[in-house]
Write a protein that binds this ligand. Structure first.
Ligand SMILES: Cc1ncc(C[n+]2csc(CCO)c2C)c(N)n1
Length: 200
């Protein structure tokens, strides 16, 4: 695998896992993986995680669809993803960077109205003023029609799942556009939790 840090390397990746809090976890994970069209991304599933790689739009399209498909069954489901763009170590050779930009699962996902609770952390690496980038992106998130609250080490998001994913994709894309050479974003999202919001 190439360790080069070329600025032309714009592969996006996500390593994500879905944790359904039910005895039906195998069925839920497998049916989500089957129902989502993953033909525009490189994909590999193992016993711990699923990795998808390719264009940013398709990586977000696939991860959003996986979680919303899993959540629509009404069980308590948790999703964790590490998104990454840039170098080092990701090679363009085996990914699907030549695909067109039309997301395959957007219309299916849009039909799933699902409230979610989430936290995200943004790590812009390779640029100078990383805290400015983080604060400006938290401000951007407030324009996405979701509730945004400060937390330690992360920012909490509450609202419609599609809007939350729109915001996350926007933040990730803008961080890259602001000049971060390598960006990592971690997301934990929960749907249908029996716990009350805020843990009270
Ligand atoms: C998205 C996603 N991919 C892989 C796993 C790991 N995993 C745990 S149980 C199971 C099904 C039975 O093999 C799998 C694949 C996960 N949790 N979520």
């Amino acid at each position: 695998m190439s360790q080069g840090c070329g600025s032309t390397n714009r592969i996006t990746g996500s390593s994500f896992s879905i944790y359904p809090m039910t005895d039906l976890f195998v069925e839920i994970i497998k049916s989500s993986l089957n129902e989502v069209d993953t033909s525009k991304v490189w994909i590999k599933t193992d016993d711990v995680t699923t990795t998808v790689r390719g264009q940013m739009t398709h990586v977000f399209d696939v991860t959003r669809a996986m979680f919303l498909q899993a959540a629509k069954m009404g069980e308590h489901v948790v999703f964790q993803s590490t998104y990454s763009i840039g170098c080092p170590g990701d090679s363009a050779g085996d990914v699907y960077m030549a695909e067109d930009g039309v997301p395959l699962n957007g219309s299916q996902s849009k039909r799933i109205g699902q409230d979610v609770a989430a936290k995200f952390s943004l790590y812009p690496m390779g640029g100078g003023d990383y805290m400015d980038v983080i604060y400006s992106q938290i401000e951007e998130m407030k324009k996405q029609g979701v509730e945004v609250n400060e937390a330690h080490y992360s920012t909490r998001l509450d609202g419609d799942g599609n809007k939350v994913f729109n915001g996350l994709e926007q933040v990730f894309e803008q961080t890259e556009k602001q000049g971060s050479a390598h960006t990592v974003m971690t997301v934990t999202m929960s749907a249908n939790s029996p716990s009350t919001k805020g843990g009270e």
